[in-house]
Design a protein around this ligand. Structure first.
Ligand code: FMN
Length: 322
């Protein structure tokens, strides 16, 4: 647009300068009352799912500043047109208090987005915001994956849990214990939802229920271990399938190079650096980069049809004669 002006241009309109100043005071210092002089009383912000009025915006800024006390918003570029201004911004902060159900993980986030504000006179009456929901923001564990409820997508009625369970019983897996060092205390759970993602880079994933007591520790730990249990470790699998405290008191273990708890006698074990999380309603998929691997000769424990099997006694499948 020919009449566009950018923030490098000292000729920004006074109303734009007032808006930038108020945004800086609100986001940067928590002085949300600064917004009263630039947002109209009937102001409305349109988001992906929700609309927010002026008071709701102020409350959500304060809530973000509570959770991210070092919140910083940097204006990257400003473009003006006749009755609109577009602000391209970057926001960073450290998750230091509970936010959207997430524990204070101490993780950094950095989001880049743009806000389009429409003026009537000198006041902003409406605003649309777009930002990279999938970027580093999701590594905080913020539920952003877009996994929508059945209601929203209008799919057919839910498939019965029993049918699903019967289907899943057909799947043959190993059994792993996924574990973390939670501020000095080893914590873990039995997981068969483990998969290799890629070899180069060496990525793996595990899928963990949000109700697991290990869940918040997994979210807040930079590393986790995946211990592939050996055929003679059914008792270990049973311990880690319970919710009791101090599970690691019941099994021999040692600490790995990256500080994670490794179970002695496992068939294989790896230490994994958390890279990303993908939220799927009741569960979260943790994706990580393998940093260390140990492999033993012992065959693995097998899980299928709701029971444990001895990986040493597998018989090779024979092709039937045609
Ligand atoms: C063979 C087996 C596989 C399991 N796989 C998973 C899994 O993939 N993800 C999960 O969240 N829970 C899984 N569980 C259930 C958890 O291990 C169980 O809920 C455990 O009590 C959680 O412990 P926590 O709440 O102390 O973390 C599995 C259990 C068994 C026996």
């Amino acid at each position: 647009m020919s009449d566009d002006r950018t923030s490098n241009d000292s000729e920004l309109q006074p109303r734009t300068r007032a808006l930038l100043n108020a945004l800086d005071r609100a986001w940067g210092a928590g002085d949300v009352s600064a917004l009263d002089s630039v947002l109209a009383a009937n102001f409305m912000r349109s988001g992906r799912k929700h609309h927010q009025d002026r008071e709701q915006i102020k409350a959500s800024i304060l809530d973000m500043r509570r959770a991210f006390p070092d919140l910083e918003m940097t204006v990257l570029r400003v473009v003006e047109s006749a009755d609109e201004v577009a602000v391209h911004w970057n926001s960073t902060g450290t998750l230091s208090d509970e936010y959207l159900g997430l524990p204070a993980t101490g993780r950094q986030y950095s989001v880049t987005g743009a806000t389009f504000s429409r003026f009537e006179g000198d006041l902003v009456v409406s605003e649309t915001v777009v930002y990279d929901r999938r970027g580093q923001y999701s590594s905080l564990g913020v539920p952003l994956s877009g996994a929508r409820s059945d209601e929203e997508v209008g799919v057919a009625p839910t498939i019965g849990v029993d049918v699903l369970r019967s289907m899943h019983r057909k799947v043959v897996t190993g059994v792993t214990v996924v574990a973390v060092n939670a501020e000095g205390e080893p914590r873990g759970l039995a997981v068969n939802a483990f998969s290799s993602v890629s070899f180069d880079p060496p990525l793996v994933l595990v899928c963990v229920q949000k109700t697991s007591s290990t869940y918040s520790r997994l979210l807040s730990s930079p590393f986790f271990s995946v211990n592939v249990l050996a055929a003679d470790q059914v008792a270990v699998a049973r311990v880690f399938a319970t919710k009791q405290d101090r599970k690691f008191d019941l099994v021999p273990w040692h600490t790995g190079e990256y500080g994670t708890p490794l179970i002695d006698g496992a068939s294989a074990a790896m230490e994994v650096e958390l890279q990303d999380t993908l939220h799927a309603q009741t569960h979260t998929i943790f994706i990580g980069r393998v940093r260390a691997v140990a492999i033993a000769e012992t065959p693995a424990l097998i899980y299928t049809d709701g029971a444990f099997f001895d990986g040493r006694q597998l018989a090779e499948a024979v092709e039937a004669n045609a």
